[in-house]
Ligand binder design. Structure first.
Ligand code: GLP
Length: 239
């Protein structure tokens, strides 16, 4: 595991964007595993700026997103499909047909379909991750075991509380989600996590300086051979 210590959110975003841009330059038709949440937005803004100058070409890039709320259609303004279009896809020259987000409305066959899709793409070259305040990755919540493939999860109260800022009220935050499992994430050839702010400091300490346990899902990344944590000083303040 490698840690890139950034001064603040902007420096973290620029450092993470450089890693993603390097991946695209090395392999223009790479498969990017993408994440939602406020943590990766700044990195996406850097990528958009480089695409606009012509320095970065997304025309052959393929993408698979980590997760989606159960029950939300791709047009719902809090769906992760909508988030990706508005925060990245609509602003770069990626072919929307090459982008994939789990469907929140297709039912249980979706999990198998999504794992097969990732395999058919040849696996993920670079997986970008955020970090939940309870140590979750994607929507892999603390549990007594690690789930391997894409699966449906019941969201914890802490995750629903953390994400309610995006919804009119807590009642409207979905109770379930679909997420890639830890095998999907660990099989990515490179994993890059972005984390910013004091709210993530305890989760970073638990995940990367404590035991590997499904109670802190991100801790499994300690086993990944090419894992880079890009975090700002506040997020690293407890280590
Ligand atoms: C959600 C997403 C995660 C994300 C997490 C943290 O729960 N499913 O993929 O990492 O939120 O979000 P933020 O970056 O906004 O703190």
């Amino acid at each position: 595991m490698r840690i890139i210590r950034a001064k603040d959110y902007d420096a973290m975003s620029a450092a993470a964007a450089r890693l993603i841009a390097a991946q695209i330059l090395l392999k223009p038709d790479c498969v990017l595993g993408l994440a939602t949440g406020s943590s990766p937005v700044g990195a996406y803004q850097n990528l958009i700026a480089w695409n606009k100058t012509g320095a970065l070409d997304f025309s052959a890039v393929r993408s698979v997103n980590l997760d989606e709320y159960a029950g939300l259609t791709p047009d719902h303004d809090q769906s992760y499909a909508y988030f990706m279009r508005h925060n990245l896809f609509n602003h770069v020259n990626i072919d929307l047909k090459n982008t994939n987000v789990p469907s929140g409305i297709s039912g249980d066959g979706e999990c198998q379909r999504y794992d097969k899709l990732i395999a058919d793409l040849g696996g993920i070259d670079l997986q970008l991750l955020g970090l939940g305040v309870n140590g979750h990755i994607g929507f892999n919540e603390p549990d007594d075991h690690f789930s391997l493939g894409t699966h449906k999860v019941t969201l914890t109260e802490s995750t629903r509380q953390a994400n309610k800022r995006f919804f009119p009220s807590l009642d409207e935050v979905p109770t379930h989600a679909y997420t890639m499992g830890v095998r999907d994430i660990l099989q990515a050839r490179r994993v890059v996590m972005v984390a910013s702010g004091t709210s993530k400091a305890q989760a970073i300490k638990d995940a990367f300086f404590g035991p590997v346990t499904p109670q802190v899902p991100a801790s499994i990344l300690q086993y990944h051979p090419d894992f880079v944590l890009v975090a700002d000083e506040e997020a690293l303040s407890l280590i």
